[in-house]
Design a protein around this ligand. Structure first.
Ligand code: 13P
Ligand code: SF4
Length: 302
């Protein structure tokens, strides 16, 4: 493994490339990543980097978001199988139909969506800022796509806003069942339970903390607790266990693995750096429209 890491790091310098990695990626990718984080953090870095090439170790919509923000950069996705099942649950046609059912209502689009869907939105959000973004609209009614579970979480936090959600969901997070959380909390009564807002509402009810992947990691770092029950993708537990060996991190269910996120390997990263293959493109007309929605999100600091 050391040999391939050295090759990647050398090529990265030669090609003026930056490697961005989501914290659901295979943990060994951190050895070559310049930044590891959640969707919002990665978008912010992609928007301001002066690298010539962005290798995005994540899923397709994340690389596409980087291309929308930095159109002059070459954006490479190490493995083109890395799609997001939730993002594929809605396309432009269905987004237009959803909007047509509620004319005049502002539209918030979770970044876990394709460029053509973002192009139809007023503003994007991620799991770490969804509540702030909806609040910033000062609207009585908001359309929210595609994740109905993140939509429910926001609705619970902002009871004065009527959230009308599309019916998308994350199959990975929905594998976590409320009973599993309940049982684990009985087994580990002193542990803190942390879950992602893409989980079932019943699961969210049991949590001591609900947040994005980076927010979950920061909570664990700051907490005085010794044991943490984690209800998000396995990559988060892998990183927490590596970074805080004095604490115990338990993945609540071993089914919490996003296989799409795991396609990217170090070999794939080396390959795209060597060949420039797997470049991600976004049609200019769509890019400009989607950029408006993403920029309104990136600029929103409530
Ligand atoms: P974050 O917003 O926490 O990065 O989550 C992205 C994601 O794909 C969750 O399933
Ligand atoms: Fe998409 Fe769910 Fe995987 Fe996140 S965990 S990338 S929402 S399928």
């Amino acid at each position: 493994m050391q040999e391939i890491i050295e090759k990647i790091n050398k090529l990265k310098k030669e090609r003026r490339a930056i490697i961005l990695a989501h914290c659901y990626q295979n943990v060994e990718i951190d050895n070559v990543a310049d930044y590891v984080g959640d969707s919002l953090g990665l978008s912010r870095i992609a928007a301001k980097t002066d690298a010539q090439i962005i290798v995005f170790a994540g899923v397709y919509f994340m690389a596409e978001t980087a291309k929308i923000l930095s159109p002059d950069k070459k954006v490479l996705l190490p493995n083109l199988n890395s799609g997001c099942q939730m993002a594929n649950m809605i396309d432009m046609k269905r987004m237009k139909e959803f909007k047509a059912q509620h004319p005049g209502v502002p539209v918030v689009c979770y970044v876990n969506s394709t460029a053509e869907v973002k192009a139809e939105a007023d503003v994007c959000c991620t799991s770490s800022n969804a509540i702030d973004i909806v609040r910033s609209l000062n609207a009585k009614k908001v359309l929210f796509a595609p994740d109905c579970y993140l939509g429910s979480w926001v609705a619970k936090k902002l009871p004065d806003v009527e959230i009308i959600s599309y019916h998308g969901f994350c199959p990975t997070h929905l594998r976590l069942m409320p009973d599993e959380v309940k049982k684990m909390r009985i087994l580990y009564p002193d542990a803190a339970t942390l879950v992602h807002p893409e989980c079932h509402q019943e699961v969210v009810k049991y949590a001591d903390f609900v947040g994005s992947t980076t927010q979950i990691m920061q909570y664990c770092e700051r907490s005085k607790k010794k044991t943490f029950l984690i209800g998000t993708e396995k990559g988060v537990v892998d990183r927490l266990s590596r970074d805080f060996p004095e604490k115990e991190f338990i993945l609540i269910s071993d089914r919490l693995v996003c296989h799409n996120m795991k396609y990217n390997t170090l070999e794939d990263i080396l390959h795209v750096l060597e060949t420039g293959e797997n470049e991600v493109f976004v049609e200019e007309h769509l890019r400009k429209l989607a950029l408006g929605a993403i920029e309104r999100m990136v600029e929103c600091r409530v």
